[in-house]
Design a protein around this ligand. Sequence first.
Ligand SMILES: *Cc1c(COP(=O)(O)O)cnc(C)c1O
Length: 365
Amino acid sequence: MPDRDASVREDGRVYPRFRAVLDGFPAYRPGRTPVSAGGKSHKLSSNECPYGPLPSVVEVITEAARSVNRYPDNGAEALIEAIAQRFGVPVDHVAVGCGSVGVAQQLFEAVGEPGAEVLYAWRSFEAYPALADLAAAESVRVALTDETHDLTAMADAITPRTRMIFICNPNNPTGTVVHAAELAGFLDRVPPDCLVVLDEAYREYIRDAAVPDGIEVYRDRPNVAVLRTFSKAYGLAGLRVGFLVGHPAVAAAARSTMLPFSVNRLAQAAAIASLAAEDELMQRVELTVKERTRVREELVATGWAVPPTEANFVWLRLGERTMEFAAACEEAGIAVRPFAGEGARVSIGDPEANDAFLRLARAWR
Ligand SMILES: *Cc1c(COP(=O)(O)O)cnc(C)c1O
């Protein structure tokens, strides 16, 4: 008999018993966009594309809406074909999911079991710890060095139990990158039965030529897979679709753990339409890249230390003053993403939003 007293809560009542791992999960706080005294608000907290969907994509979504009485194609055949075409890979090297977080969860489910270790840098993408916990895998975190992945320390942290390693490139929330040569040296040290996932959610924003393209890296490395998403540069965060490119055994594992039908009809249609409209979308990305340079240079000129960023956000290591800074941003109608005691991540928005943020950042210093 389990100890029944354990589920008595503070109010003296007994509630259904859940996995202990959930007790460590932060309570859900709905994100809200603050409004300044002047009535303006800017959401710079989720690294979204600041521009609405292209008319051509809206049209396709509208058309797809007419058939939502039907289930989506669970195999996402047309979308997978379009992705395979676009990236020059075979269709059996592609798996899709409900956002790339969905695909990541599919991978965690595929490797997670008691005793399995999953290795990642910290701080990195917030989703990794929760996905590891849910999959009953043990998180092994390796501290960043100079705000960047420390690949030597990460290779040293591999044990016989390491089943999966995440490399977020560029890293969320710091925006920093690992280069081709150091990544190759690291991959050479990873045992072939351990999966390395290159999380490239911000790939389209990279302008540093020394950063490897995961889709080139994975080709002759069967234990390397790449995660990409339609949420950021392609501007479809609200529709939830992402994908993996990897060798057939890896793609098959990711498919086998997918929640059925979790990539919906509208998402599949919109993703296909977005690939077709890529030139237009990449012009927007170029605008964001220009704004990123402007924002970082102005911050640095004002005395802020901002690591070089290849993503659509900047990282401010504010330490103990992080929450105070976030509150000042909120006061000014700007939502940023604070990590208490560490720093704040601020997305690059449209020029008006960036101007508002820069005004605040100048004044705050
Ligand atoms: C935003 C982001 C994603 C994308 O998540 P989706 O589920 O595709 O919206 C994945 N990885 C990282 C590191 C991110 O920052």
